[in-house]
Design a protein. Sequence first.
Length: 176
Amino acid sequence: MYFAIFFQAPTDQPQLKFRREREPDDDLNPPLEVTSKLISYSFLYTGSIKHDFNSGLCIVPVSLLLQNHCGVKTEILIDTSQVSDRLGTTQTGDSPQRHSVPISTSFNWVGQTLAQLSLDVGESKQVQLRAGFCRPGMYNLNNLAVFVTFAKGQSEMIEQKHTTPNIITLIDLFET
């Protein structure tokens, strides 16, 4: 047999609160969950495109919209030559989920592979990109890397996280 004993703390005493003491360099080294979301970015593109793949590569214009969410000016580097580890998956927490339809990131960004820009506090800018596809299918455009430097004199570039897939569907004109 088990017994439980309950008691109520006196109401005239304040609640106990726990706080972590701040280290002097906390402002210089914020946690990764904060630094990986200094800016947001999204892709603007046509979601479904019909193309005659017998005539060659399908080039699709894509705008990358970036917005600064931190309280300081940021320096941003966009690298389209980076190989993504998100092949056909979306991240939810720490576990990847597979899509029921095969989604590929095996396409190439065409043209300039590096772009660098600055964003003031709250500012948004668009960067024009072009994606090249050699066959029909569903593709996730999240096959690039966006890095940020947010402090003067900081040499480390911090990769920004974008876990939402950006799916584009390419249809061969002669398969429909």
